[in-house]
Design a protein around this ligand. Structure first.
Ligand code: GRF
Length: 185
């Protein structure tokens, strides 16, 4: 099975997924694609010897992006901290083959502008007693596709946005590769 990962930033989830499947000869990381020229995920890919491709907005907005993606012949396209909206043509071309991870319990704290630390700050401000992760299929709207998996973690009154982020990242590292593996069966 062939995986393509899209990431815009640090790429710690991308690295975790790459490492998880590194001993599995049935799963290949065909490429990591990024829209940020100096994203940390590119350094990780260089170190891990995984092909990485940078693309800009104009390529993303053109039919060439679909051709690029299709050329990797992906069985699953994984958004791991990828911040651009997925164009309708991609959703149509790869039905139920694009998944995203969101660092909260959707439908709470989803939608445009809700990413990274903003999510955890909002969770903190609202004094939520729990947060968590959501893995879901991607459709044309931010964070609205069918939910595949959710797991929660308790929020303590003493937690800060940073400590919530850490708890959520731990859940991501633990569960995202396993859920990907299940989808590949
Ligand atoms: C993760 O928290 C993920 O849920 C969100 O963006 C973050 C990416 O972190 N969509 P990283 O780049 O994998 O370190």
């Amino acid at each position: 099975k062939r995986l393509v990962i899209l990431a815009s930033g640090s790429g710690s989830n991308a690295e975790n997924i790459i490492n998880y499947f590194s001993g599995n000869s049935n799963v290949e990381i065909a490429a990591v694609l990024t829209n940020k020229q100096n994203a940390k995920v590119l350094d990780r890919c260089a170190r891990l010897d995984v092909p990485a491709v940078y693309f800009n907005k104009s390529l993303y907005s053109s039919p060439k992006f679909l051709t690029l993606l299709d050329g990797f012949n992906p069985d699953l396209i994984i958004l791991a901290g990828f911040l651009w909206k997925i164009p309708t043509e991609l959703v149509v071309k790869f039905p139920n083959k694009i998944i995203n991870i969101h660092p909260a319990l959707l439908p709470k704290y989803g939608g445009r502008g809700m990413y990274g630390s903003k999510v955890h700050e909002a969770v903190r401000e609202n004094n939520e007693s729990e947060s968590g992760i959501t893995i879901h299929y991607v459709n044309e709207n931010y964070d609205e596709g069918a939910i595949i998996f959710q797991v929660s973690t308790a929020i303590d009154p003493l937690d800060t946005a940073e400590s919530i982020a850490q708890k959520v990242h731990q859940l991501e590292y633990e569960h995202f590769p396993k859920e990907i593996e299940k989808l590949l069966i």
